[in-house]
Design a protein around this ligand. Structure first.
Ligand SMILES: CC(C)(COP(=O)(O)OP(=O)(O)OC[C@H]1O[C@@H](n2cnc3c(N)ncnc32)[C@H](O)[C@@H]1OP(=O)(O)O)[C@@H](O)C(=O)NCCC(=O)NCCS
Length: 302
């Protein structure tokens, strides 16, 4: 058996881009090593993700640390993408080229180096690992990260699958108060974007489509454009309890699909759904969405 190479952890530099992209892509190739905040599995897709993530102030390398062997090969990578308000660090990784390094001080050295590098305003770190990525989960749990719920990522790659019915038009001022109430009742505060932010953030790439019956709001779907990968994303879908089971949810999803594939000409439409939302999962599967990956979130205050 080969001996383990010595690895030195340093802040990432622009020159590391190709090696880091190759390491992440190679490691992501197996679910047991995947970090779902960047699940890209080709070097080109990882490079695009690193370049296009807008929230890395000063370039991707600002929020990354790399473990390098004596001959200059990247052997480990960990990074953090900052939330728009700068208080959350979404962890990319950790990725290790050689799984034997999990039993060495290397992963802890990565995390410590990243912690030193992140701005003081980052209050919480949050990883999102494939459910089969047990090594990284065990490591983060040992470092004080608590496990959250299992979440599933679904992707639809065709404009034509599922039901053809379409429901919903842009939310108007008449229904904004009802939207805020239904959103707060359906999605727990803290873990979701508040309604006032969703309302204020509307533009061509952030839409809210509403199903209404006169003055009554029956349901809504919030959609947005993701850059890396390039896709439409269903951020929220909800139908008022008394209106469920009448095809409104699938109709709103049909409207979201036209927006993504026809109006925005995006190649896919994706979404995340918590494991316990069995009804919503059935709806997505019937509507032509396929399960892409299942992940678990792990969080720690900084
Ligand atoms: C999920 C939700 C949007 C569905 O809205 P809806 O208007 O009832 O959905 P539809 O009437 O279009 O149902 C379409 C299909 O979804 C499935 N479905 C919807 N709700 C279901 C439930 N509670 N149990 C099982 N299947 C369900 C069914 O397969 C249904 O098809 P069928 O009527 O032919 O059996 C609604 O239940 C809701 O708002 N739930 C709470 C919020 C939520 O879970 N949102 C998704 C989070 S990502």
């Amino acid at each position: 058996m080969n001996s383990l190479p010595r690895v030195t952890v340093l802040p990432a530099a622009p020159v590391d881009l190709a090696g880091v992209a190759a390491l992440i892509a190679g490691t992501n190739g197996h679910p047991a090593n995947q970090s779902l905040h960047c699940a890209a599995a080709t070097p080109a897709a990882v490079r695009a993700a690193l370049r296009r993530v807008e929230d890395f102030p000063g370039g991707w390398e600002r929020g990354f640390v790399v473990g390098t062997t004596a001959d200059g090969e990247p052997a480990a990578v960990l990074g953090a993408q900052l939330s728009p308000d700068g208080t959350l660090g979404w962890l990319w990784g950790p990725w290790l080229a050689d799984e034997r390094h999990w039993n060495t001080p290397l992963p802890a050295a990565l995390l410590d180096a990243l912690n030193q590098r992140l701005p003081a305003g980052v209050r919480q770190l949050e990883a999102f690992l494939h459910v089969e990525n047990r090594d990284a989960r065990r490591f983060l749990q040992a470092r004080g990260f608590g496990s959250g719920l299992v979440t599933h990522i679904y992707v639809c790659r065709s404009a034509r699958t599922g039901c053809a019915r379409e429901v919903g038009a842009d939310l108007t001022a008449t229904h904004e108060v009802a939207f805020a109430r239904l959103h707060a009742d359906t999605f727990p505060a803290g873990a979701s974007t508040p309604a006032d932010e969703l309302l204020a953030g509307r533009d061509t790439e952030h839409r809210i489509f509403a199903a209404v019956d006169g003055l009554r709001l029956l349901g809504y779907v919030c959609v947005s454009v993701n850059r890396a990968p390039s896709e439409g994303f269903v951020d929220y879908l909800a139908v008022r309890e008394s209106a469920r089971g009448r095809g409104i949810g699938s109709g709103l999803l049909g409207r979201a699909r036209r927006w993504a594939f026809v109006e925005q000409r995006l190649p896919q439409l994706a979404l995340c759904v918590s494991d316990w939302r069995a009804g919503a999962r059935r709806l997505y599967e019937q509507a032509g969405f396929a399960l892409s990956a299942s992940g678990v979130a792990l969080r720690r205050r900084r």
